[in-house]
Design a protein around this ligand. Structure first.
Ligand code: NAD
Length: 736
């Protein structure tokens, strides 16, 4: 199988063209590295070759490394016997050897003469090793492709650019310039990457290869020497021991730590590679980068993050859990009932996905209000230059805002988002279904009401399903699809096809109180409230959560989602469970805030105090007056375990009870749905990182100290006894 094609033209220019067979996007794998290496050797050895163009036959250059291989690399290194870290390090150094070979291009390193000019001719998107290969070339030309995005997104899946990207970019741009690429994984358009100094030229697509060839034929010896290999090289902005560099490095490290709270191993390792590498010569820096990269690849967090945030997220988006026998159910016309916060958001994302939308509310005014929300969202996109002006009219032309049920005729899917009230929902279900064809699917966006209960109002509960969006709909990537007792496969397939059209990530769960995401997130806040009532220092609770890598501490989350919502859920749950409601002294905390009108961010007062601009100024001192802090405070580890297990045990129970049908959905849903510590790969991956036996040990200790809510569920205890991991039991092929 040829992945890299090699051709020399009459002028002595060798073109190495990347074209991974059977794929729309190039990704690097072991065979690819071997073939590229051979092609480079061939070009260097051939005296007739004056220089090299490295390009791609596809519309893009490359999507990066084949992450399947990276996630398996650790297991392979372990299986190799001997020292797995050493095997991994050698593998990484082989890759560096190839890139360094491209860069030195056969030159005499002392005189810096005789290198074969090598140019990167990139037709479109280049991510990860795609760009890293470009950085190793002497000159970089990119086609002016409006869809192209160029960058190093590794940090977003728990690794960092480990094929020289970290070392080269820092030396090219300095710490300030390289930060958005390295620390944030920013992918930018060609013109922006050029403005940052990462590429030399952006040219019309049809001139790409000609321009590349012109450069090769005109290049002098000095053009083939990278800045860091040239005499007198100085790092832009200064290296760490330069007075200016010192300030930047010290500040940069503090800033990253302030954001990550030390919870993300990859960010820490990358900073070490950057800092240590900046103090030494290039080749030593590359070895340092390789050591830290090895350290990260050996860390179970990176394998878990890649598994959840890349492999399994993509598998779910591609229909891993879609009923196989149901033909394509792409939505053509959707009716959205209720034009409030959620309905308008659902209508907006649907119209943007090219679907015809009927947005319905009680009267024209309410429907128009929803249309106004959509217009506002579109204006925001135009302002942020994410959309052209003309796009707004196109999207709006797909939306009909009306109180008229007749307009729902021809809809193949309804998403109901009216008030959270069984009677109101039953009424609109009946009225809407009267307008629909027999095989249309009816979905509810309820967040708390049982789907099977709501399905009773439907003429056909097989075609009735839950499609639970999260707020704000335009931003949140997860959609929870909930099967009622009698929901049929066509409804599930319809919901999944709809979510695919919206380019969001679905999980499919069974009907149970709070479904999956809310089931896990509610106990997070409840445990924090309980701790406040027990006298645990609120700042200790909030900081413990941050150290665990949660984007929001439970108190901030409480303010953002609103205290009155927590109070409402609390009241409704008490009503529903009656004597089975588990008493929680933390309920008093919610009640106190609620009674005082401290409803959270929206009232500029909640667990936190806010200034007049709505910025948090600190935890509300009154909290301690109502709930005095105890003289003796628990260890931070105990607080962390309580906050973590409050969620993790719910995920296990959801799996045990069959609410979750797949561990992958439990993990992907947790990270995308409520930002569950991404470094862990999700609650079930967290258990595997800790070890099932260790988690049971922690549960036993907490159950004894804090109560039976921490009892290890039978499934977890069983796995621990057998010495099995969660993935090993459920999904052996993906067990770390
Ligand atoms: P909302 O109050 O903002 O909007 C509800 C809309 O439904 C209003 O515009 C109202 O006029 C309309 N409506 C009420 N009765 C109607 C009727 N008989 N016919 C037509 N329209 C009617 O509420 P929301 O926050 O958008 O929530 C809607 C649904 O989504 C609820 O079931 C809620 O539980 C669920 N949900 C909400 C969130 C959230 O964060 N707000 C998240 C997920 C799910």
């Amino acid at each position: 199988m040829t992945i890299f094609h090699y051709e020399v033209d009459a002028d002595g220019v060798a073109t190495i063209t990347w074209d991974l067979p059977g794929a729309s996007m190039n990704v690097m794998n072991a065979d690819g590295l071997e073939q590229l290496n051979a092609a480079i050797d061939k070009a260097h050895a051939d005296e007739a070759v004056k220089g090299i163009i490295l390009t791609s036959a596809k519309k893009d250059f490359a999507g990066g490394m084949d992450l399947n291989i990276l996630s398996q690399a650790r297991a392979q290194a372990e299986a190799s016997g001997g020292n797995p870290a050493e095997a991994m390090f050698n593998m990484v150094m082989d890759m560096h050897g190839l890139l360094r070979k491209i860069e030195l291009a056969g030159m005499d390193f002392k005189t810096k003469k005789g290198g074969k000019p090598t140019v990167w001719a990139n037709p479109g998107t280049a991510a990860g090793i795609g760009l890293e290969l470009g950085l190793a070339c002497h000159h970089r030309i990119v086609a002016d492709n409006p869809k192209a995005k160029i960058g190093l997104p590794e940090i977003l899946v728990g690794i960092f650019p480990g094929a020289g990207g970290t070392t080269r970019l820092i030396r090219m741009l300095g710490l300030m310039g390289a930060s958005p690429f390295l620390m944030k994984g920013k992918m930018l358009a060609p013109a922006k990457v050029k403005a940052q100094g990462v590429v030399n030229d952006v040219v019309p697509a049809d001139e790409l290869l000609a321009k590349a060839k012109d450069w090769v034929l005109a290049a002098k010896d000095a053009d083939c020497v990278q800045p860091w290999d040239a005499k007198g090289y100085k790092m832009p902005g200064g290296a760490p021991y330069h007075p200016a560099g010192y300030q930047m490095f010290a500040g940069g490290v503090a800033m990253v730590h302030g954001k990550t709270h030390g919870a993300f191993p990859a960010a820490k390792a990358m900073l070490s590679a950057v800092y240590e590498g900046a103090c030494v010569d290039f080749d030593t820096a590359i070895r340092i980068e390789a050591r830290w990269f090895t350290n990260i690849l050996m860390n179970p967090s990176s394998a878990a993050m890649i598994r959840s945030l890349f492999l399994n997220k993509e598998a779910l988006e591609k229909g891993a859990v879609r009923p196989k026998d149901v033909p394509d159910m792409t939505v053509k016309k959707v009716g959205v009932l209720g034009a409030g916060l959620m309905g308008a958001g659902i209508a907006y994302v649907s119209a943007r996905a090219g679907i015809e939308v009927v947005l319905m509310d009680r009267d024209q005014e309410a429907a128009d209000k929803g249309l106004g929300t959509i217009t506002g969202l579109l204006d925001g996109q135009i302002k942020r230059k994410r959309m052209a002006d003309a796009g707004k009219a196109t999207v709006l032309s797909r939306v009909t805002a009306t109180p008229d049920y007749e307009a729902l005729k021809g809809c193949d899917l309804i998403v109901e988002a009216v008030f959270e009230d069984v009677r109101v929902k039953a009424d609109v279900t009946k009225k809407a279904e009267a307008m629909l064809d027999e095989d249309a699917i009816f979905a509810t966006n309820t967040s708390t009401l049982p789907i099977s209960e709501l399905a009773k109002a439907s003429r056909n509960d097989k075609n009735f399903i839950g499609i639970h969006f999260f707020s704000p709909v335009d931003k949140m990537l997860l959609v929870e699809i909930i099967k009622g007792e009698n929901t049929g496969d066509p409804a599930v397939a319809k919901a999944l096809d709809f979510v695919r059209q919206l380019k969001k990530t679905p999980i499919v769960v069974n009907d149970a109180r709070f479904f999956y995401a809310n089931r896990c997130i509610i106990p997070y806040g409840a445990e924090a409230n309980r701790m406040i009532a027990e006298g645990v220092e609120p700042a200790l609770i909030e900081n413990a959560a941050k150290q665990l890598g949660f984007p929001l501490g439970p108190l901030q989350l409480g303010d953002e989602t609103a205290v009155d919502l927590a109070e409402k859920i609390m009241r409704a749950t008490k009503e529903a469970l009656g004597k089975d409601y588990p008493e929680n002294p933390g309920d008093d905390v919610v009640q106190t805030l609620f009674d005082l009108g401290r409803l959270g961010k929206k009232t500029n007062a909640g667990y936190f105090d806010y200034d007049e601009k709505g910025k948090r100024t600190g935890i509300w001192p009154g909290l301690k007056e109502h709930f005095p802090t105890a003289a003796e405070q628990p260890d931070v580890t105990e607080v962390k375990h309580r906050l973590m297990l409050a969620q993790v045990l719910e995920a296990v129970k959801a799996l045990e009870e069959g609410v979750l049908e797949d561990v992958r959905e439990g993990d992907v849903g947790a990270i995308l749905g409520w930002g569950f510590a991404p470094w862990s790969g999700g609650p079930l991956s967290w258990i595997d990182i800790m070890g099932t036996d260790e988690v049971v040990r922690i549960c036993d200790a907490l159950a004894q100290k804090c109560g039976p809510r921490f009892n290890a569920p039978a499934l977890l205890r069983d796995l621990a006894e057998k010495g099995e991991s969660v993935y090993g039991w459920f999904h052996p092929a993906q067990a770390a």
